[in-house]
Design a protein around this ligand. Structure first.
Ligand code: FES
Length: 144
């Protein structure tokens, strides 16, 4: 039984994953058959530096309960400082979420390498547990 099962629709976590690291790590987790929560919806982006804050807010508006942003290890971004820029955007998004009545913990930045398939699964599990504790996003019910 999935830990995200609730009386409502299953929880949704959108994971914006950098092509060079987190996306490859998620792929590796699949190859290694290391399970990670089924509610994790992977969205591949070229670099977390391309993270579109408006798109993240739209994801929440359209039913996401949580958002992971997963980029290369600090110092290893293929576009120099994209992941540092992403970390600052995630910090700003946390403030924006609080402003609209959502918990700042619904979004988090992670860093990993393409070889960290197991780590990806651990991060996704950690995020899922956090979202289960927070419960469904209040924006969900206001959309129905
Ligand atoms: Fe991976 Fe920039 S290329 S975070």
């Amino acid at each position: 039984m999935s830990m995200a099962e609730t009386s409502q629709a299953p929880l949704q976590i959108v994971a914006y994953c950098c092509h060079y690291c987190a996306y490859a790590a998620a792929d590796l987790a699949g190859v290694l058959r290391v399970p990670y929560p089924a509610e994790t919806k992977i969205v591949e982006i070229p670099c977390t530096g391309r993270l579109d804050m408006l798109e993240v807010l739209h994801a929440f508006e359209h039913g996401a309960d949580g958002v992971m942003v997963a980029g290369c290890l600090e110092g290893d971004c293929h576009f120099q400082e994209g992941n540092l820029s992403a970390r600052r955007r995630v910090a700003r998004l946390k403030l924006m979420l609080t402003d609209i009545g959502l918990e700042a913990d619904r979004i988090e930045m992670f860093n990993l390498s393409s070889a960290m398939g197991t780590k990806f699964a651990e991060m996704a599990t950690l995020m899922s547990q956090r979202i289960v504790e927070l419960g469904p996003s209040p924006l969900r019910s206001s959309n129905h």
